[in-house]
Design a protein around this ligand. Structure first.
Ligand code: ASP
Length: 468
């Protein structure tokens, strides 16, 4: 048998009390970068002409895009190397049984809990029920004459191409209004998303799920082949190490990259007059989503973490702060994955867990997205005077929001698109989706951070299940 990749031992309680290790300053710089970026975004448009401000934010945005692309370019090789090396480190794919089941059960339970929290809070606050938001946000309400128009609207307003929307949810058009999808159709689509007929195409389009499935099966097979494949197994584990060193290198420029990402996005929104004005017009909805995400991230998930590990959850959350801030800045849990893996290892979670729980989690575990989709569906129902949702409708929303979140890719505003599935399932008109389009980019950042936190806590819990 080839030498097994070295495993980190889970850190003891003392070690986990020192979050961030040698990166304490870096976290501080990243927080400073975000504050400076938001200040720049708010001040520049008030002292400069619109055109000048826009071109400066556009210029700053190039720096952000470089950082984002540098993170994204690592995702595919990192996912393949880490998942394979995780399985090889176990030595036998069958050992994945219990941790694998724990991971899937955790993903599902926490997503359902997030949806329930979202539904409870949205029913209490009831945003949009007074019709105020409709009147004040009239200019951003999409009124397509033809329902299929919506796809085009989404393309222009989210800046995503058709191919990207199709990538987020294969068969989206089949789920568009007119053909209300059954839960079985959605489940069928999810199963199909696990497999790709062309691995290179999946890699080229950062379609991670089939790559993870392939990596698990392939590495599982390698573990049965012994010395005959020792060179391949060695290369995989070394590639994994090298990728992680590369992540650490990249983190040195994180404060600059994050400043550029946040300043350009917030600045462009502020210059176009979308930022504070839109926040005002949809404040009820924003408060609902933020309260829901806050409750899930600061109460539900920490309680689960404490229950399984008996450690202080807030110390753990602090040690994941660089990943959470990167998630907020990039609005992409896939792009954040390299940083999440680095932080989780530093926080003392063993590689046997981080290597497969985090890549899988970044792809299918989206608590924040699920909560958002459920809350947004009720908000949209409130805006439509012709709709009254029944209790059964709310259950359907809960189930479809869970499935739609699993199907959403870890890229910016993916949740907005898969939300169409939820709206369809209860026959809501997508016409009102326009009222959240303008604010989605901002809420996306909070739900992505929640998604990333969910993945990290999942890795800590699954790590425990290896020990038992
Ligand atoms: N942007 C989110 C993520 O990457 C997905 C979403 O749109 O909710 O996790």
């Amino acid at each position: 048998m080839p030498e097994q990749p070295e495993q980190n031992t889970p850190a003891d309680d003392n070690a986990s009390e020192k979050p961030g290790g040698g990166h304490g300053n870096l976290t501080f710089f990243i927080i400073g970068a975000i504050v400076a970026a938001i200040a720049t975004a708010l001040i520049l448009p008030s002292v400069l002409e619109k055109e000048a401000a826009l071109s400066i934010f556009h210029g700053i945005g190039i720096g952000g895009e470089v950082f984002l692309r540098a993170l994204m370019m690592m995702v595919v090789p990192l996912v393949i190397a880490s998942v394979m090396s995780g399985i090889l480190g176990l030595g036998d794919v069958r050992k994945l049984g219990k941790p694998g089941l724990t991971a899937v059960a955790y993903y599902l339970c926490t997503t359902v809990l997030a949806v329930v929290v979202g539904l409870i809070i949205v029913n209490i606050i009831n945003p949009g029920a007074d019709g105020g938001a409709v009147a004040s946000s009239e200019e951003i309400v999409v009124t397509p004459t033809d329902k299929t128009h919506l796809l085009e609207k989404l393309e222009t307003q989210t800046g995503m191409e058709k191919e990207k929307i199709a990538k987020i949810l294969p068969g989206l058009e089949g789920g568009l209004p007119g053909k209300e999808p059954t839960i079985w159709t959605i489940l069928g689509n999810l199963v199909l998303m696990l497999f790709a007929d062309n691995l290179l195409h999946a890699a080229a389009t950062t379609n991670l799920l089939p790559l993870i499935v392939f990596a698990i099966i392939f590495a599982g097979m390698l573990t049965t082949m012994g010395k005959r494949v020792s060179a391949i197994t060695e290369i995989i584990s070394q590639a994994n190490e090298a990728m992680m060193s590369f992540v650490m290198l990249l983190m040195r420029i994180a404060p600059i990259g994050i400043f550029c990402l946040v300043a350009s996005k917030f600045g462009e929104a502020q210059t176009e007059g979308q930022f504070l004005a839109v926040i005002k017009s949809t404040s009820g909805f924003i408060i609902t989503v933020l309260l829901g995400l806050g409750f899930h991230a600061l109460v539900t998930l920490p309680a689960i973490y404490y229950f399984f590990t008996r450690k202080n959850p807030y110390v753990f959350i602090k040690s994941m702060s660089r990943a959470l801030l990167t998630a907020f800045s990039t609005a992409s849990s896939s792009a954040t994955l390299p940083v999440t893996m680095e932080c989780a290892r530093e926080a003392g979670i063993s590689r046997r867990s981080t290597d497969f729980v985090l890549p899988l989690g970044a792809t299918i575990n989206m608590d924040g997205t699920a909560l958002y989709e459920a809350a947004a569906a009720i908000f949209i129902a409130n805006l439509d005077p012709n709709v009254t949702l029944t209790f059964v409708d709310q259950i359907v929303i809960a189930v479809t929001a869970t499935l739609a979140a699993i199907g959403a890719a870890g890229i910016p505003e993916a949740g907005l698109v898969t939300m169409l599935i939820v709206l369809n399932a209860v026959g809501l008109s997508p016409e009102y989706i326009g009222s959240i389009l303008a604010i989605d980019w901002l809420l996306d950042r909070f739900r992505t951070a929640t998604n990333t936190l969910g993945d990290s806590i999942g890795a800590a819990i699954v790590d425990k299940s290896f020990e038992d």
